[in-house]
Design a protein around this ligand. Structure first.
Ligand SMILES: NC(=O)c1ccc[n+]([C@@H]2O[C@H](COP(=O)([O-])OP(=O)(O)OC[C@H]3O[C@@H](n4cnc5c(N)ncnc54)[C@H](O)[C@@H]3O)[C@@H](O)[C@H]2O)c1
Length: 333
């Protein structure tokens, strides 16, 4: 079997994870990493033993597929790769505006060339919830919440809001688990510690009229054992489905850290291969498998664009003091 040749563009937190997973996958040849920050590039080259370049210009023909893990507002590498006919996995969010998402869809030579990193679709807890949904009968209401620690507010807060960083995960989860689009939102946003919104509440409607309430924040104290508190609750005429999505399974208390920490067992915990595992690894396996067979990727560009459209509507509603906003209103999607 011919190996799939892959690259990674943008090698901060997520790009390093993508590169480490590709490097530990059989049938995958990690050709290069692109990272413009010189100290970071030098450290990665030493650590991963892969060439690290400051730009991807002139290198697209070396790869069949690429992960783009740049900050949300940097989407030029994804556009360039798509125009060059390379298969692209863009970390969530696909874009920071519906118009930009539409440009990315239009840049594809074929629809199967674009996948979006909505990693929670590969979380076994949510795969289980989706499979069990028919048993709860007609859906009456959905609640979904996700909080990170103040460390996330410090790191990401200067760049974007909690709705774009965390909320977009849950928007995609609710669309995917229920199989219904989110058509209307009313949202309130609050600033506590960063220039963008740190706490966002949304009352949304699915296309069949089912109400959904979302709550997103990055205000958990740094001293808290877990930096993630999240869950999904679906109530129906025949029952209720509750998914606990926080880190709760493995606790480590140590003198050096001075506290107890709940360790990640789902997103990118260690894997038997020596690289990271969890739902991120499953996502990259899905991307590579689609590249190998020529199939549609498991999360499409259209899925990513719909989630962007919902968060854009959330921003519009916050700006309008919580007024109802139809998704897609004022945008091309
Ligand atoms: N799936 C998840 O759960 C998850 C978690 C965190 C972040 N993310 C997403 O992943 C993406 C990256 O986030 P991060 O936390 O790794 O950010 P980061 O700041 O740690 O890393 C981004 C890297 O991109 C590099 N970069 C900047 N401009 C570039 C360019 N033009 N070309 C190439 N590289 C460039 C930066 O030097 C930096 O090293 C974001 O879109 C973010 O929203 C996803």
């Amino acid at each position: 079997m011919k190996p799939i040749r892959v690259g990674v563009v943008g090698a901060g937190l997520m790009g390093e994870l993508h590169a480490s997973i590709y490097r530990s996958m059989s049938g995958v040849n990690l050709r290069w990493i692109v990272e413009p920050e010189p100290a970071r590039a030098a450290a990665l080259a030493g650590q991963l033993g892969v060439p690290v370049h400051p730009t991807a210009d002139g290198r697209w023909s070396d790869v069949d597929a690429v992960s783009v893990c740049t900050p949300d507002h940097v989407r030029q590498p994804a556009l360039d790769a798509l125009r060059a006919g390379v298969r692209v996995l863009v970390e969530k969010p696909l874009a920071t505006a519906a118009a930009e998402a539409a440009d990315l869809l239009a840049a594809r030579r074929r629809p199967e060339h674009l996948m979006v990193g909505h990693v929670l679709r590969f979380d076994p807890r949510l795969l289980q919830a989706r499979a069990a949904l028919p048993e709860i009968g007609k859906l009456w209401a959905v609640r979904c919440w996700r909080s990170n620690s103040l460390l996330a507010a410090q790191r990401i807060g200067p760049r974007t809001s909690v709705a774009w960083f965390l909320g977009i995960h849950d928007v995609d989860v609710v669309r995917w688990v229920t199989g219904l689009d989110i058509v209307e939102v009313r949202a309130r946003g609050h600033r506590m510690v960063s220039p963008h919104y740190d706490y966002v509440e949304v009352h949304a409607l699915l296309s069949d009229g089912t109400p959904v309430s979302f709550q997103w924040s990055w205000l958990l104290p740094v001293q808290r054992g877990s930096g993630l508190q999240a869950g999904l609750e679906l109530t129906g005429a025949e029952g209720m489905l509750e998914a606990e999505l926080s880190h709760t399974a493995v606790a480590l208390a140590s003198r050096p850290s001075g506290r107890q920490r709940q360790l990640d067992t789902f997103h990118w915990p260690p894997h038997a291969s020596g690289g990271p595992g969890g739902d991120l690894r499953a996502e990259l396996e899905g991307f590579v498998q689609a590249a190998r067979t020529g199939a549609m990727p498991p999360v499409t560009g259209e899925d990513g664009a719909r989630a962007v459209g919902v968060i854009e509507a959330v921003d519009r509603s916050i700006a309008a003091g919580g007024a109802a906003v139809m998704v897609g209103e004022g945008g091309p999607l």
